[in-house]
Write a protein that binds this ligand. Structure first.
Ligand code: FPP
Length: 253
């Protein structure tokens, strides 16, 4: 199995600096930050950073797939990002469509399954249509799950879950003592996906920004100063290597 994976990577044997392929995190979640600053440093408009950020998405999807990651969740637009100037929001809303126009065939060839996590109702129809087409055409794929967090906010996600649970209690479908961690997890937008093992945030910011607050309870966190448009395969490997050097105790000893 492992040697087959190395063959897939085009390597004859593991190099010291390469991640161990039998200990790759199942689920990697990424806060892709720094697009605006990357553009500003180059005297470019912020949207140029988002555009170049798409190329980093492509690199990371490929690398995650090659390493054997099972789930890759990318924070592409938060419930708070609507506060940005309209032009920038419009551009960001076009990105899934642009990305999938270019990449969908390759994702299908590579057995990648596309998913979306967020509130669909506020999104423009072209954004939803592009994602739904991708989800439909990749629904039977069994490889990497590429999960776009779009119009996603963790507090809203939890409030919606709690309201639904409270409704079930009020209607007698649930009793309060039936509410446990498993039930809560099943009511979140991430219900079909295990909690992230590793969270990566780029651009030097050290915060979670309302991203998967429930699900990240025991995840390993890895931060880098690199701006998202420059994030590449080597950075991803570095994060996985760091993850592999950590001892996860989940509150035990
Ligand atoms: C945060 O950087 C980034 C975003 C809000 C958008 C993320 C989008 C991409 C990486 C493009 C790819 C998306 C898809 C769907 C393929 P920022 O704008 O907050 O950067 P700053 O902190 O430097 O201003």
């Amino acid at each position: 199995m492992i040697s087959r994976l190395w063959a897939k990577l085009g390597k004859s044997s593991p190099k010291a600096e390469m991640p161990q392929l039998d200990k790759v995190p199942d689920h990697v979640a990424i806060i892709m930050d720094g697009n605006g600053r990357w553009a500003k440093d180059r005297g470019l408009p912020r949207i140029a950073g988002h555009h170049t950020g798409m190329k980093a998405v492509k690199r990371v999807v490929r690398e995650a797939d090659r390493l054997g990651v099972k789930y890759l969740t990318l924070y592409a637009f938060s419930t708070e990002n609507w506060k940005r100037p309209k032009d920038e929001v419009d551009f960001l809303m076009r990105l899934p469509q642009q990305f999938l126009e270019i990449e969908l065939e390759e994702l299908i060839e590579n057995n990648v399954q596309v998913r979306m996590m967020g509130i669909k109702s506020d999104l423009p129809s072209y954004t939803i249509d592009a994602l739904e087409e991708a989800m439909e055409r990749t629904a039977d794929n069994t490889g990497l799950v590429l999960n776009f967090a779009l119009n996603y906010g963790s507090r809203k996600e939890m409030i919606d879950a709690i309201q639904a649970i409270a409704g079930d209690v009020a209607d007698g479908r649930l009793t309060p003592d039936q509410i446990d961690e498993q039930l809560m997890s099943e009511r979140l937008l991430s219900r079909d996906i295990p909690d992230p093992d590793l969270l990566i945030r780029t651009s030097g910011e050290l915060r979670l920004s309302n991203f998967m607050l429930w699900q990240l309870a025991y995840s390993e966190l890895w931060f880098t100063d690199v701006y998202w448009p420059e994030f590449n395969e080597a950075h991803f490997q570095e994060a996985v290597l760091q993850y592999q050097s950590r001892k996860r105790r989940f509150g035990g000893l």
